[in-house]
Write a protein that binds this ligand. Sequence first.
Ligand code: SF4
Ligand code: SF4
Length: 145
Amino acid sequence: MKQPGDSDIFTCRMCGKCCHGYGGTYVDERETAAICEYLGIGREDFEKRYTAPSGGRRVLAQKADGYCVFFDEKCSIHPVKPAMCRQWPYLRAVLVDPGNWLAMAASCPGMDPDAPRGKIVREVEKRLKQAAEDTFSFDRSGPGR
Ligand code: SF4
Ligand code: SF4
């Protein structure tokens, strides 16, 4: 079944690979607050148990099996998962360097690695515009993201 986040250049395969490996999933202040509220814990506790430092910022930690600390066959914080997870693969990084699409596609079988650059840029711009207008309601929630 087609997901709201699917497009001509991306179809989520529901494989969960995007929740495995070092993904550098950043959590900003607002996301941290939302996750803390969802889990019913304090910020300090959240940072200690669920995040790791990366380049001066906090990223979600990984479990020993390499999966995101919140992955348990599916995302356990789905309603409040970080923007990076909700917006994947339509990330600003792709506009900064469309070559990032190919790099990301190496770990996400849902992305078309052969998609033309122009098409990639147009789709990502469109999705980010929707996000800015707060109509970014697609929820490509495969087993993970
Ligand atoms: S977004 Fe995640 S679950 Fe969907 S195809 Fe890509 S790696 Fe698999
Ligand atoms: S979708 Fe959920 S489990 Fe997957 S990386 Fe994001 S927060 Fe972690």
